[in-house]
Structures are given as C-alpha cells and as structure tokens.
Design a protein around this ligand. Structure first.
Ligand code: SF4
Ligand code: SF4
Length: 207
C-alpha cells in the first residue's frame, strides 16, 4: 500500500510557471490516501490563470491499456499543453511519461510506503515509494528502480554498451534518463548541482 502527498505548492508553481498545463488526477488508490482537497485547491488556482488546457480525473493510470483509453478523448487538450501535471503515485507518473514521450510530464505528488497488502495490479513500472519523488528531475524515469544502485545524482560510469554493470540483462537506467531528458529538451536538469536528496522523508511520514 502507499500514500500520495502533494508536493509543496511553491514547487508545483515553479514547475508550471508560465506553461500551459494538462492535469491528470488518479484516484485509483483514493481509499488509502489521495490529497484530494489540496489538489483541488491548487488546481482551482491554476485553472483561474487560464493556462489549463484540460483536466481528467480517473483511476488506475498505472494500467497502460486503461490509461490510453482514458486519455484518448483528451489528446487534443494534451497536445495544446506544454506539460502534463500528474497527481498520482510514482507508477502512474512513469506510465504517463512513457506514453507521452515527447511531452514533459511532472509528478505533483510524493509517494510514501504504507505497511499492508500491496494488491495484485500488474504494473509495467516500479516505484519504491521512496518519499521524495525524483521523477521531475529525471524525465519521468525512476532512478531508484531503473538504476541497480538507486543512484539519484547520475550515472556510476560502469555501464557497458548501454547495459548496467550490476545486471547486464537490463539497460542502464541513467542512460535511459539522459536519452529521455534530451528528447524533451531538458538536459539542463543534469547540470543542477544542488539537488540534495532528503532520504528521511519516508521515515518522518510513517511515524
Ligand atoms: S523517485 Fe521512484 S521510488 Fe521515489 S517516489 Fe518517485 S517513482 Fe517512486
Ligand atoms: S550502470 Fe547504470 S543502472 Fe547500473 S548501477 Fe550504474 S548507473 Fe545504475
């Protein structure tokens, strides 16, 4: 099980500053925790700026077939947006990001673990519920699960022919991240030297 908490309003405001945005809310795990009230307030403010091209509230965007079906009616609104802002756990954001590969897709929430039964939904992407979601800096590819060492500050340098030095059957996660950032024109994110990760956040929330 997991908990989604909305990122700080200031963080979301800076991600969406001056951009046209399409908003996706995933309420598939709402019975556990979804920051509905805060999300609604933030979205209301954003909509009042006239920069929101469309919104959708649905469930289980982590299921690619379901997600494609739900989004299919909104593709023109998504195309009109500069970015897509997703209120969901890390799996949902990764699923959308892989589908809308030419569009910046931002995580509006952090994902925290909650003890208990996880459920059996077949997932294409993994989220380790690490507490401070890093997807906005890594082009929507999770460095915790896509990199064997869960590195958050770049490649270890050991990859061979694009494959991971720890597990030669998997592509190096950081090479995927670099490719994706190049695709969405955000290689500049790799230059930011001040992104010190807060590994304590998940413990704080589960107290
Ligand atoms: S960085 Fe990865 S593990 Fe952490 S919350 Fe985001 S998707 Fe989940
Ligand atoms: S080779 Fe790539 S995926 Fe493997 S540990 Fe190093 S950075 Fe991570």
């Amino acid at each position: 099980m997991l908990i989604t908490e909305m990122k700080a309003k200031e963080t979301l405001a800076s991600l969406t500053d001056g951009k046209k945005v399409f908003i996706i809310n995933c309420e598939g795990c709402k019975e556990v925790h979804f920051p509905g009230k805060e999300a609604k307030e933030f979205q209301k403010e954003l909509i009042s700026t006239g920069r929101v091209t469309g919104t959708i509230t649905t469930d289980y965007i982590c299921n690619p077939d379901n997600m494609k079906l739900r989004l299919s009616k909104h593709m023109s609104e998504i195309e009109a947006a500069d970015a897509v802002l997703v209120f969901s756990c890390g799996v949902g954001v990764q699923t959308i990001s892989a589908y809308l590969e030419d569009k910046p897709v931002y995580a509006a929430c952090d994902t925290y673990p909650l003890p208990g039964f996880q459920g059996v939904t077949p997932l294409e992407y993994q989220c380790d519920q690490c507490g401070e979601c890093w997807l906005n800096l890594t082009g929507g590819i999770c460095p915790i699960t896509a990199c064997s060492k869960s590195l958050v500050n770049g490649q270890c340098g050991g990859s061979k022919d694009g494959m991971c030095e720890v597990d030669s059957s998997m592509e190096c996660g950081w090479e995927r991240i670099q490719r994706r950032l190049a695709q969405i024109g955000r290689l500049d994110l790799l230059k930011c030297p001040t992104n010190v990760r807060n590994f304590a956040t998940d413990e704080e929330v589960s107290k």
